[in-house]
Design a protein around this ligand. Structure first.
Ligand code: PMP
Length: 407
């Protein structure tokens, strides 16, 4: 085996498919977000406005979050020092899990090192806990859910995105007595649409299925206390397992599931992705708890966030840009071509100090390549003006270059 060649071929393939990723070297400075310092490949450093962060509310720089992390480091040092079972459970972890259980009005919650691991470890473990399980998974579920569903090594059926009639067809065709789990998301992060939570819960009742929802792009942002879309719609009690992250709206890191005591106890006891890994550093748990608690009563911040997103959609549409029909804080603008999309984001960064990552296949289907804008309460009207001016410029220039190339 020519290993060198094999690795080169793999990278070449990724490049040929337009999937090669280039990371922007950014330095966020506390108190300045969404402005950050960008180090260009030639070493030059300049200020840019970040338009694609998942720190949706800027909580990563909120003094009470930062201070509680600093204090925890001063009090107990850096790492957890072990897995949760072997000396890695600190009071910070215990308190954060209590705070998350309370957020979702569930009996218990379980922390993981990321939202990815929470999904992967929980879903795959449900396959071990429930012999003969059949999982019904929305076709647009996140990669971490797909990994978990595959890891469950059980029968699975993929239902067409948000199509409850298709879900019902599949449920009805499954053996009546088989254990069933319906896995879906609340806010889908690339289109900004929302899963049909009530209809799924109704079907789950009819077919005696468990429900599993990923609220990663909704926790902190929706519901009276930030419990997500299920809280907003008064449906949290009808969802068996709620999964979320502490790395997006909460501005820190970590993932979790919240459910009944016995469900959490079983997952805690059997999930490899929970058992065999070092616990989150106590300081992260402290910061996350401060953030979760803060957002339980920060409804004005959530309203401001929604206002910013609605205003941006309106302003982009008025300016003639093809804003996709999102019903949430995610503002996707369709470009429809991977090369054009990349060229535009390069121009935005180089010429206008605006950072937005192109979203290309396979993250979204070919032909729907887009800019995914995520305005925060900290994006000002002046930033909106600058964005729209910049988009006008790059849309025109990038399209002209495209025509010139196609000749
Ligand atoms: N679920 C969804 C829907 C996501 O978009 C993501 C992250 N992009 C995750 C789970 C994973 O969360 P985390 O970043 O905390 O690992």
């Amino acid at each position: 085996m020519d290993y060198q060649n094999a690795f080169e071929a793999a990278v070449r393939r990724v490049k040929a498919e337009g999937r090669y990723r280039v990371f922007a070297d950014l330095l966020r400075r506390k108190g300045e977000f969404p402005v950050a310092r960008w180090r260009a490949p030639d070493g030059q450093v300049k200020d840019v406005t970040v338009w694609c962060s998942n720190d949706y509310l800027g909580m990563g720089q909120l003094p009470c979050v930062v201070e509680s992390m600093k204090k925890a480091i001063d009090d107990v040092g850096s790492g957890a020092g072990g897995t949760r079972n072997i000396s890695g459970t600190t009071h910070y972890h215990v308190e954060l899990e209590r705070s998350l259980a309370d957020l979702h009005d569930k009996e218990a919650a379980l922390l993981f090192t990321s939202g990815y691991i929470a999904n992967e470890a929980t879903l795959s473990t449900l396959g071990k806990i429930l012999p003969g399980l059949i999982i019904f998974s929305d076709e647009l579920n996140h990669a971490s859910m797909i990994a978990g569903v595959n890891g469950a090594r059980c029968e699975k059926h993929v239902w067409r995105h948000n199509d409850v009639a298709h879900l019902e067809e599949l449920l009805a065709a499954a053996p009546k007595d088989a254990p069933k789990l319906i896995a879906f998301e609340s806010v889908y992060s690339m289109d900004g649409d929302i899963g049909p939570i009530k209809a799924v819960c109704d079907l789950a009742d009819t077919y005696n299925a468990l429900t599993y929802i990923d609220e990663v792009h909704a926790v902190g942002l929706y519901g009276l206390r930030g419990g997500g879309i299920a809280e907003r719609e008064g449906l949290m009690h009808r969802i068996d397992i709620i999964e979320g992250t502490l790395g997006k709206a909460y501005g820190v890191m970590g993932g979790y599931v919240a459910a009944n005591e016995i469900v959490i106890d079983a997952i805690r006891s059997l999930a490899s992705g929970f058992i065999f890994t070092t616990a989150l550093p106590p300081a992260l748990a402290a910061g996350a708890r401060a953030s979760v608690e803060y957002l339980k009563s920060a409804h004005e911040l959530r309203e401001k966030h929604q206002e910013r997103a609605a205003t941006l959609k309106l302003r982009l549409a008025e300016a003639g840009f093809p804003v996709m029909p999102s019903v949430t804080h995610i503002v996707p603008v369709q470009v429809g071509d991977p090369v054009l999309c990349k060229r535009m984001t390069d121009m935005l960064l180089d010429d206008h100090g605006i950072y937005v990552q192109p979203i290309n296949y396979p993250t979204v289907p070919k032909g729907t390549e887009r800019l995914r804008l995520t305005p925060t309460p900290l994006h000002t009207d002046a930033m909106f003006d600058a964005l729209i001016e910049a988009l006008r410029d790059v849309w025109q220039r990038a399209s002209q270059q495209d025509l010139a190339v196609k000749g």
